[in-house]
Design a protein around this ligand. Structure first.
Ligand SMILES: [Zn+2]
Length: 438
């Protein structure tokens, strides 16, 4: 495959964000010219009928390396991301060992560069070993070559209010951000699914929404008190939206993400006891789905984040209670987001770009990402076919794992090509096998 750095690529006739057709000349990692252009030696990529979007940015990816390489590696997860239209992903810290030191975050960043499909930005742990007790070496991780700016104990909540206070104060010194997995552990002890009518019917221990909202409310108040900013991972309930709306109206510096699965699935899916639908926070009810969709459209929820959580068959293809929580997300996120924002026929590509690229890039501090494909911008972009549909099959995905909750579903929007600094990572639906540092 062509597309080595130094090559020029002419993307012909792309509809940039639904605003109209133009050609885009990509060279030296940037969009160098737009308009009606002639090839003059450039490789031509036909984008007739395709929408050009800024490359997607994921605030919340579990790449599973180091430690769980049977489920995913930085390479396989990066390939899945590129196929999903992503050019940058933030790798969560709950690997083994935990990413709580400069050595581990630098290792993850290096594996990302070697893979070469997306920019892999490591997230550092807030506390040592995700144990929730002592602050991790956040300043050192920030000062390291990995330049960590976002910190999270995701998978676990920073539930001790004093530890959370110290973390918010500490990262403020260098403009860092704490991303909270909001789950009061005492309220979710033994929980298997959303607490409600379905859990009562199935006789399963429930995960009540107040376990999420109580932590969000507390951390909003802490952020206000300290003048810090805070980000909430995967919010899943209508009440969480209410609290975040109220916080924003009060001028408190909070941001929030929602996962695709919480925008389309409900706890009724749990009735068949298929662990592919087990996730943390759990699938909620249709009123929550509706509120999350509205808040995403409105911008109260800032970003879509995948919480891409690959699990090996051993950990997922078992009894519900024994199965690990989590779902794949990178290759289906754009399709689900478009569906959740009102469907492809009425798609507002500007809003899609805002929630999947520009805002997450800004929250994570990823310069060069989240820029519309325009003259001078880094050439991080994706071309999608809005009129094509596809049927999800776990075995067709680039991820090493197959735990997609959408198997068999037909979804709108097909990612055709993705470019990272002008080099195609995916071209005409196929991964470029010639990526990465040599
Ligand atoms: Zn989480």
């Amino acid at each position: 495959m062509t597309g080595t750095p130094g090559n020029k690529i002419l993307v012909k006739g792309a509809d940039v964000l639904g605003r109209g057709r133009t050609d885009l000349l990509l060279a030296d990692g940037r969009v160098v010219e737009t308009g009606s252009l002639s090839a003059s030696g450039a490789q031509v990529v036909d984008a007739d009928g395709l929408i050009a979007l800024p490359g997607l940015v994921d605030l919340h990816t579990h790449l599973r390396q180091p430690g769980y390489e049977e489920s995913e590696t930085v390479l396989s997860g990066s390939r899945a991301a590129a196929k999903g239209g992503y050019t940058a992903v933030c790798a969560m810290a709950n690997s083994t060992p935990v990413a709580d030191t400069p050595a581990i975050v630098e290792q993850v960043a290096r594996l990302g560069r070697e893979a070469g499909y997306v920019d892999v930005q490591p997230i550092g742990a807030v506390t040592v070993g995700l144990a929730g007790e002592r602050l991790a070496a956040m300043g050192e991780m920030h000062a390291s070559d990995a330049n960590v700016r976002v910190f999270s104990d995701d998978g676990k909540c920073v539930h001790d209010p004093l530890v959370m206070r110290r973390a918010l104060e500490y990262v403020k010194g260098f403009g860092g951000l704490v991303a909270q997995h909001a789950e009061e552990p005492r309220l979710t002890d033994g929980a298997q699914m959303n607490e409600g009518a379905v859990s009562a019917e199935l006789g399963m221990v429930g995960w009540p929404e107040v376990a999420e909202t109580s932590i969000i409310a507390r951390d909003v108040l802490l952020a206000e008190y300290l003048g810090s900013r805070v980000h909430f991972c995967h919010i899943s309930t209508a009440r969480s939206v209410d609290i975040i709306r109220n916080a924003k109206e009060r001028g408190i510096d909070v941001t929030a993400e929602v996962c695709p699965h919480h925008l389309i699935l409900t706890d009724s899916a749990v009735g068949g006891y298929d662990p592919v639908f087990k996730v943390n926070p759990p699938l909620r009810v249709s009123e929550d789905v509706k509120a999350l969709r509205e808040a995403l459209a409105e911008g109260i929820i800032d970003a879509v984040a995948t919480d891409h959580a690959p699990h090996s068959t051993e950990n997922k293809d078992c009894e519900w209670a024994a199965a690990r929580p989590g779902m794949l997300g990178l290759e289906t996120a754009l399709s689900i987001t478009v569906e959740a924002l009102g469907g492809v026929d009425d798609a507002d590509w500007d809003v899609v770009a805002e929630r999947t690229s520009r805002t997450p890039a800004r929250i994570a501090g990823l310069a060069g990402h989240g820029q519309d494909p325009a003259e001078g911008a880094e050439a991080n972009l994706t071309l999608v076919d809005p009129s094509a549909r596809w049927t999800v099959r776990g075995e067709d995905l680039a991820s090493l794992s197959t735990n997609t909750p959408y198997a068999g579903m037909e979804l709108p929007v097909v990612v055709q090509s993705t470019f990272l600094r002008g080099t195609p990572t995916v071209l005409d639906g196929k991964l470029n096998d010639d990526m990465g540092e040599k």
